[in-house]
Every structure is written in C-alpha cells, then in structure tokens.
Ligand binder design. Structure first.
Ligand code: PLP
Length: 401
C-alpha cells in the first residue's frame, strides 16, 4: 500500500485539474518554464527553436517573453526583438554576433562607457579593433570608416554630456563609405518615444537598436533588462542564433514588471521631459554652472539636430561647474542634496545625481573643463527638486574656494 506521502507526491505533480482557458483581463498571463512539454517525440523533431511558431525550451521563449518582445517591437518601430539580462548585454550581444577577428567597430567618443570598455578588453583580445570618432563631426566618422568596418555604433545623445549628433548624416556616411557595416543605435535615451530610429528616411534608418529597458520601460528602478531590435529578417537570424548559443535569457518575474511598466511609459517620459526642461532652464540661469547640457536648450551641442528629429527629450540634465570649483566642493554639493539620491541609472521615480570628471571619460578633445554633474529627473514635484538644488548650491557659498 502506498502511504499518503507517496500518493500525494505524484498527485500534486500530475494533477488532473485544468482551469478553464477563458480568462480575460489586462495583464497577460505570466508563464514560467525551463522544460516545455511536447505531446510526442515527433514534436521534439518538428518544432522550430528559432522562430515564434511554437515552444521548445524556456530559454527560447514563452508566451510571456513573446508578448513583451511584440510590444517592444511596436515601441521601437522594429519587426524583431530579443530580450537580454541588461542593457549592457544588449550591446555586447550585437558586438559578439556581428564581429570577428580582423574586423573593426566604430564607437562615438561619448559612447556609454562600459560599451567602450568591452571593446577595449574583450573585443581587442579577440582580435577586433575599435576606433573612436567625434559624433558631432561626420568627417571624423568618414575618416575612421574602411573596408574592415563591420559595425558602427551611434548614440543620441551621447552618454553624460548629451551632445545630439546628426544621426541621418552619420548613417548616410556609414552606408556610403562602409556599405558592408551594420549601423546600430543605443536608443535608451529616446526610449522609442523621442524618435523612431527605423524611420529616419530613405538610406538613413539604422539597422539595429539596443535599449536598456532598465531605464524608462521599467520605470521602477527595480529591474535590469535589455532589448535588441531590428527590421531585417536575416540580420535578426544572425543576432538570434548568437543569442541562443550564448544562452541569454530573462526571468518571467522581470518580464512581468516590464509589461506592467509599458502602459505608463509615454506618460512618465512626458512628465520627466517637462520636469527635465524646467530644471535645465533653471540651471542655465545659475552662475555656478558654465554650461548646462540638455538637447532642448538652444545652446546645447546638437540642439538643431535634436529639434529636427525629436518631439521629446528624456529627463536628463548635465551641468558643468565653473572649472575654478574644486572637486571637493562639487562632491559637497552632491552630498548636500536631499531629494536627489546618489547613484547610477535613470528613468525611475527617484531623482539621481552623479559627478563625472570629463577628462577621464573622453579620448578625443572636448570643451569641458569643470566637473560635470548628471542629474536624472524622477517623478517628484519639480519645485521640490529646484528647491533641493538651490539649498545645496547655497551651502556651497560657505565652502573655501
Ligand atoms: C544604462 C544604459 C545602458 C546599460 O543598461 P544596464 O541595464 O544598466 O546594463 C546602456 N546604454 C545606455 C545609454 C544606458 O544609459
């Protein structure tokens, strides 16, 4: 006689009850699985691993990941999307899928720092060279393009210093001088809202976008995820096979958080845009700063390119302190902020501030001499944020110069 424990062990796994399938509500069902069942052995041979016609293994997709991918394709203006564990892994997936020994990859000098670091270490070690170009000078890109160039990275605007490049001209030059190269854009700042990178005009669209979903799509400062999006089927296949061979996957709980964030994305982006412009304009009136970087400010680098392409801006503002202000004084300013917390990332409810030394960030010449502080605007009342900046600046007056 089987004892009760043994009977339950099997019954609670092979249970006959199946809930009725009709269930209609806004949130899509969240499916979690490593193993996916097949009805028979023949199905293990006929089901495809590399498209969305069926399910084979959790790593290759569930209804939950397919749903998020489809929504992100709409957001990005793409046809295909791959999900990866972070924004950085979206960048490194594109690098690994498209580059091999002897190739060259081009990065803008204001690229997201860890992307450059990956090129300088892993890519270099694999025999792949990288070159930096000045994104604000298309001639600098042209000079770096050659027959070995297989991948050209774009970022709009650049990380931290927020210079907005002439994306259309950069894409046109890349096509003209290195037709074999794939053109990829880090679309985290635009978030799919500010502009459509696949719709920049004939011969000017990018091939691939990556997006740190960690930022705006999540909106909660509680999820790390990235996406790689493209329109071309063959390019998607190259990326998808590399993604599959690398074993990249994302957890259903994190996908659920993203699916929850997307319906409010446009509203949050718009709110942080309004607050960001307000704070940028306020900072522009303060004598402590020699420069305020925000693409919507008329004298911010690349303002005209931003205005010609975008209907909106992310809530990021970078200020450059007067070079006579010491690093210790700027640190004291950031430490004195009460609502702005100190930390990386952005797109969440809490405003953030981080100081940067421009010399350490750029290889090519830049005009920045003073310490930079990047402000990431959250969802607090903008007058409270202005008050916080004002009190921290007022405190600097007491510091020795
Ligand atoms: C944050 C960020 C990334 C990396 O995203 P993670 O999810 O933090 O890895 C990549 N590119 C840009 C422009 C970013 O701001």
């Amino acid at each position: 006689m089987t004892d009760r424990k043994d009977a339950l062990a099997t019954a609670l796994i092979h249970h006959p009850y199946v809930a009725p399938p009709e269930f209609d509500a806004l949130p899509p069902g969240i499916f979690k699985a490593s193993t996916v069942f097949f009805p028979n052995v023949a199905a293990t041979r006929s089901r495809r691993w590399d498209d969305k016609s069926g399910y084979t293994y959790g790593l290759h997709g569930t209804p939950t990941t397919f749903t998020l991918e489809a929504r992100l394709a709409t957001l990005e203006g793409a046809h295909h999307v791959l999900l990866v564990p972070s924004g950085l892994s979206a960048i490194t997936l594109v690098d690994m899928a498209l580059l091999s020994a002897g190739d060259e990859v081009l990065l803008p000098d204001n690229v997201y720092g860890p992307s450059r670091s990956f090129a300088a270490h892993e890519l270099k070690q694999w025999g792949i060279a990288y070159r930096l170009y000045d994104p604000m000078d298309p001639a600098s890109l042209v000079a770096a393009l050659n027959e070995k160039t297989k991948l050209v990275w774009l970022e709009a605007p650049g990380s931290v210093t927020l210079e907005f490049p002439d994306l259309r001209t950069l894409v046109r030059e890349a096509r003209a001088h290195a037709p074999q190269a794939v053109v990829a854009l880090d679309n985290t700042w635009g978030a799919g809202i500010a502009f459509n990178a696949f719709d920049l005009g004939e011969g000017q669209a990018v091939d691939v976008t990556v997006h740190a979903l960690t930022k705006y799509p999540s909106g909660g400062a509680d999820v790390l995820m990235g996406s790689v999006a493209c329109r071309d089927d063959a390019l998607h296949q190259r990326l998808a096979w590399c993604h599959s061979r690398l074993g990249l996957g994302v957890g259903a709980n994190d996908v659920e958080a993203l699916l929850r964030g997307l319906p409010s994305l446009a509203l949050r982006y718009a709110a942080q845009d309004v607050a960001g412009r307000h704070i940028a304009a306020w900072c522009a009136g303060r004598a402590e700063f020699v420069r305020v970087l925000h693409p919507a400010l008329p004298d911010s680098p690349g303002h005209a390119h931003w205005a010609g392409l975008c209907s909106a801006a992310a809530g990021l503002v970078t200020v450059e302190f007067d070079p006579r202000t010491s690093v210790a004084q700027v640190d004291a300013f950031v430490d004195a902020l009460r609502l702005f917390r100190i930390g990386w990332s952005w797109g969440g409810p809490v405003s953030l501030a981080v100081p940067y030394q421009p010399k350490a960030m750029r290889a090519l010449a830049t005009p920045y001499r003073g310490t930079l502080v990047r402000l990431c605007i959250g969802l607090e009342a903008v007058e409270d944020l202005v008050g916080d900046l004002a009190q921290a600046l007022a405190g600097m007056a007491d510091l020795p110069t």
